[in-house]
Ligand binder design. Structure first.
Ligand SMILES: [Zn+2]
Length: 443
């Protein structure tokens, strides 16, 4: 015979909180829970090779039961040691779980798991994933934990919490955190992106115990998958952030697509600047003649994600680069505030076929200082004598950027000074019409 439900044996000294957690976990409906010595013996004796029993904290059961269980002849027994896991926030705003831990054993066999190794929350596109507890990011990538091949988890983040890890999978690229970063419970660590082995927007959330709990899941590099649900009971997502204070840098940087500007270099070369805004309204590209800079923003950061403008490589190859994550400046800043951000990775590509080109590729960091906010600022390097209503001056490393608002419109970058070049706006058109197509993205 087989059991009607899989029994769970809990030791007598199990706390109320643990009991509640276990009762409310996925096992709730399907399983008999017992703490009785005699019933435990009976249940164990009913076992056969088509059944299994879950035993919590074997060491806390009386000796005769321990012996009986250790000699249980069938493979499918599990000893759960309660791992030391504590979560602070639910990892997303949604509370709709579409696939529980342990579900669909047939399907997950192919990955070496006895069932679904996490829980899936239903979310819409671009929903934030929140760190469930304080910790350190130990993986933020679309590659696997073991080697450099693409991961079925898509873009995903793993956080180390000391005695366990949490993982947040199927995010969109441009992860807002980097490996090595300290995060606080509630920080945004990704946005839903349906990447990897995923057929719709969702958060695949995992808790990975560093100790072997005795469940049937294999230990991975980041520990053993355990059911996150008992640790999420009664938890809420983090409260919405308090409204931002400071200057909204975006209202200067992301130009009005109707405003076209002409920028001159000391050599006399001129560039036409205009902006194409993608339909998602989150990405825009600053088109500079036939080159472009791709920018993205959210409520916290403005990011430079791709740039086609760098000089050719030493072998003459025309290139572009991508930065991940590309956080360039905070969205809201006060004058005098400094933004320091590390862990960026710059990858150069050959423009002709998008093949990676290693020269200049590597880790980078960004620093941006909001130096000044000024009204009635005059550009006159070439005698153009243009006075702009409102500018901000940003220092980024050794570069100085001036972004403007004029006649209540964002103008984007109107001047740029650096040791290797400089430019200033010499003319502008307020209502030129918008670009109807994005420029060539190359890759
Ligand atoms: Zn999943």
């Amino acid at each position: 015979m087989t059991y009607k439900s899989i029994p769970i044996l809990l030791p007598q000294n199990t706390s109320q909180a643990q009991m509640l957690a276990i009762r409310q976990s996925e096992y709730n409906n399907r399983r008999t829970i017992t703490q009785s010595h005699d019933e435990a013996i009976q249940l164990v004796r009913l076992g056969n090779n088509e059944s299994y029993i879950i035993i919590y904290e074997l060491s806390q059961w009386p000796h005769d039961i321990q012996t009986l269980l250790l000699n249980y002849p069938y493979q499918l027994r599990t000893f759960h040691n309660t791992p030391n896991v504590q979560l602070h926030y639910r990892p997303c705003d949604s509370n709709i779980i579409t696939q529980k831990f342990g579900a669909n054993p047939e399907y997950y066999k192919r990955f070496g798991f006895p069932g679904h190794e996490g829980i899936d929350y239903l979310v819409a596109q671009d929903y934030p994933f929140y760190a469930a507890q304080n910790g350190v990011v130990v993986h933020a990538s679309n590659l696997r934990w073991q080697n450099d091949s693409l991961s079925g988890y898509g873009w995903h983040v793993v956080i180390d919490h000391g005695s366990f890890y949490t993982a947040y999978c199927h995010a969109k690229s441009q992860l807002p955190v980097y490996k090595g970063q300290d995060v606080h419970a509630g920080d945004i660590v990704g946005y839903s992106g349906n990447t990897g082995n995923s057929t719709g927007y969702h958060l695949h959330f995992m808790v990975l115990s560093k100790v072997d709990t005795g469940n049937l899941y294999p230990m991975t590099r980041f520990g053993q998958p355990i059911d996150p649900e008992p640790f999420l009971i009664g938890l809420n997502p983090p409260p919405p952030p308090t409204p931002q204070t400071g200057i909204d840098i975006l209202s200067y940087m992301k130009s009005d697509p109707n405003v076209w500007t002409v920028v001159r270099h000391p050599s006399g070369n001129q560039e036409d600047f205009r902006v194409y805004v993608y339909p998602d309204n989150k990405t825009w590209v600053m088109v500079k003649n036939n080159l472009g800079e791709w920018w993205e923003y959210d409520n916290t950061y403005i990011s430079l994600v791709k740039d086609t403008s760098p000089d050719n490589a030493s072998d003459g190859t025309e290139r572009l680069y991508k930065v991940n994550p590309g956080r360039w400046i905070k969205r809201y800043m006060s004058v005098g505030e400094n933004f320091n951000d590390g862990g960026h990775y710059v990858q150069f590509y050959r423009k002709s076929d998008c093949h990676p080109h290693p020269e200049n590729s590597g880790e980078s960091a960004n620093n941006a200082l909001l130096l000044q906010h000024q009204n009635n600022f005059t550009l006159n390097q070439y005698g153009q004598n243009i006075t702009l209503d409102d500018v901000i001056i940003v220092k980024s490393g050794v570069e100085t950027h001036i972004f403007a608002r004029h006649q209540n419109k964002p103008f984007g970058r109107v001047a740029w000074y650096s040791p290797w070049g400089k430019s200033e706006m010499v003319a502008y058109y307020l209502d030129r019409g918008v670009l109807t197509n994005p420029p060539d993205e190359y890759c």
